[in-house]
Design a binder for this molecule. Structure first.
Ligand SMILES: Cc1cc2nc3c(=O)[nH]c(=O)nc-3n(C[C@H](O)[C@H](O)[C@H](O)COP(=O)(O)OP(=O)(O)OC[C@H]3O[C@@H](n4cnc5c(N)ncnc54)[C@H](O)[C@@H]3O)c2cc1C
Ligand code: SF4
Length: 510
């Protein structure tokens, strides 16, 4: 054998760079389902099914394309428990002269594969991942010499470089960013008839995986009734088309809105398909821009959508690969609390958190504002150790892969990088959630109260957070106004806030 082409669970593209020059007579593909990938964080059942079902379908596509495949299945008793052990064993059996792969999305996995190649004395060729607009090298060039790395400037460069939503040298519509138009909440009548989510009933292969995951990882969080994610490229293309025609027209307007019991709203639900490489970001962005050019979707919403993919997605990848491995250890606010146990069950009286966590466990999905301004906000203000928050986000979402999850969690949500990504910590009282959703109407707490039996824990913790970090935050011009309000509190008020915050941390309020 010449090359063993290593394909990971998030590299499911027949046209990936790893296959360039593939010679069916001399090369073979290697894939492995290993228990370690579901255990290094307490990976939820929907997330594990998402990966394994997509891998098994991809294996069929590889064989149909005539590419020899060595596939280690989780339910084969001979399969080893870790990627490293499996790869070692298979190299010894197959004796290739070299390993080839597309750049992995996870620093830990890259180190593991490098170690195996070195121990086996085999050359390892790592090829560019074409599933991104830019390379890590280009991001590093952009980052060089900058103290802070704001997404907005990076995004403008990307728009120009790739000619997306441009009118000559000017941004389409004369403005780079239409965020201000993208913050509406639903009125009292609610979202009305939201188009149904694209549902892909599990076929026999996916049902096999569901049974396997129930058997092997039945104690892991999350539920599998109702698993309906796209697990093949053909399904992902249908999901993309459904999003463009049914949801994109209202995506921007209701991007930040929440509604109890409505997990899907006008979002794309495409992150897992993108991250597993069933879809290419270019085809997703092109389809959205075509909808705008054809008059089917407004510019503000399409720009908002393009910003998520051409901007945020590329930017967090650049942060991850230019800052790892140190980035994963950051804890700028010295947060040390444990993650409350109810993050794994949804068993809390806080209506907003209960809703976001329940749907997360049911579907492996929550939209961005639920992740940032409900589960993330609460953990930040409670003072949870960021690495525990990271382990939760990496475990529970079907789209969770470390390169994208870690900067979003540690940087954007928990401010653990001390302001590299965000100019300030995203902190707010329960009134933000009240503005964006009707959750507070059905909650035993009151977002307007910061102390007392009915005080909303978000509101108490907001003030407690400002008091705890007053000195650090006072030097931040974007926080100055918020910090100033702390000075208006008298000692008795401060004491009452502290006492209530202690009760929340002790679990007496949950
Ligand atoms: C704490 C936290 C953890 C997160 N973890 C993940 C994760 O593990 N995997 C993941 O893909 N996204 C993550 N995100 C980003 C974002 O919340 C999800 O991409 C989005 O909610 C997925 O749902 P959707 O496909 O319906 O996205 P939409 O809201 O419809 O957005 C469209 C697409 O834009 C991309 N996108 C949007 N926001 C971001 C962002 N901030 N960073 C990178 N890409 C973005 C995604 O590919 C997404 O599919 C996280 C955000 C936060 C605040
Ligand atoms: S009152 Fe507070 S805890 Fe309850 S739903 Fe509103 S923000 Fe959430």
């Amino acid at each position: 054998m010449r090359h063993l082409v290593v394909v990971l669970g998030d590299q499911l593209d027949l046209h990936a760079a790893a296959f360039d020059g593939f010679d069916a007579a001399r090369d073979a593909v290697w894939m492995a389902e290993v228990a370690e990938e579901s255990a290094h964080v307490w990976s939820s059942q929907p997330r594990t099914v998402m990966f394994l079902a997509a891998m098994r379908h991809f294996a069929l596509a590889l064989r149909a394309a005539g590419r020899a495949l060595h596939y280690a299945a989780l339910d084969d008793p001979a399969t080893h428990g870790s990627l490293q052990a499996q790869l070692h064993a298979d190299i010894e059996r197959l004796r290739p002269t070299g390993l080839v792969m597309t750049a992995p999305g996870d620093w830990r996995v890259l180190q593991a594969i490098k170690c195996v190649a070195q121990a086996q004395g085999l050359p390892l060729e790592i090829r560019e991942d074409r599933h991104f607009y830019g390379s890590v090298r280009e991001f590093a060039a952009h980052a060089r010499g900058r103290k802070a790395l704001r997404m907005e400037y990076f995004y403008r460069e990307m728009r120009k470089r790739h000619g997306v939503l441009m009118h000559g040298d000017e941004p389409e519509g004369g403005q780079w960013n239409f965020d201000a138009d993208n913050r509406e909440a639903f009125g009292a009548a609610g979202p009305g008839a939201v188009p149904p989510r694209a549902v892909f009933e599990p076929d026999a292969l996916t049902r096999e995986v569901i049974a396997l995951v129930e058997k092997r990882f039945g104690t892991h969080p999350g539920r599998l009734d109702g698993f309906a994610w796209p697990v093949t490229r053909a399904q992902a293309l249908v999901a993309l088309q459904r999003f463009i025609t049914e949801r994109l027209p209202l995506f921007g307007r209701y991007q930040d809105a929440m509604w109890p019991g409505e997990p899907w709203l006008y979002h794309a639900h495409l992150a897992a398909a993108l991250n597993l490489k069933l879809l290419n970001p270019r085809e997703v962005v092109d389809a959205a821009v075509a909808a705008y050019r054809g008059g089917a979707a407004p510019l503000a919403g399409v720009e908002g959508f393009v910003r998520q993919i051409l901007g945020w997605r590329e930017y967090v990848r650049g942060i991850y690969w230019t800052r790892m491995p140190g980035y994963a250890e950051l804890n700028a606010l010295d947060a040390r609390e444990d993650l409350p146990a109810w993050y794994w069950t949804g068993d809390t009286e806080m209506a907003c958190l209960r809703d976001a966590i329940t749907q997360t466990l049911q579907h492996g999905y929550a939209h961005h504002i639920q992740r940032l301004m409900v589960t993330g906000l609460y953990a930040l203000m409670l003072g949870v150790q960021p690495q525990q928050v990271h382990a939760w986000y990496l475990a529970v979402y079907v789209d969770a892969v470390e390169w994208v999850e870690l900067p979003n969690t540690l940087g954007m949500s928990q401010y653990a990088d001390g302001g590299l990504m965000g100019s300030k910590p995203y902190v707010a009282t329960g009134k933000y959630i009240q503005r964006m959703s009707p959750h507070c109407q059905g909650c035993r707490y009151d977002p307007a109260q910061r102390t007392g039996e009915k005080a909303c824990p978000f509101t108490t913790l907001y003030w407690d957070f400002l008091m705890r970090h007053e000195e650090t935050l006072a030097g931040n011009p974007r926080m100055a106004l918020q910090v100033k309000n702390v000075a208006r509190l008298d000692d008795a008020q401060k004491q009452a806030i502290r006492e209530r915050a202690v009760a929340i941390r002790n679990g007496a309020v949950a």
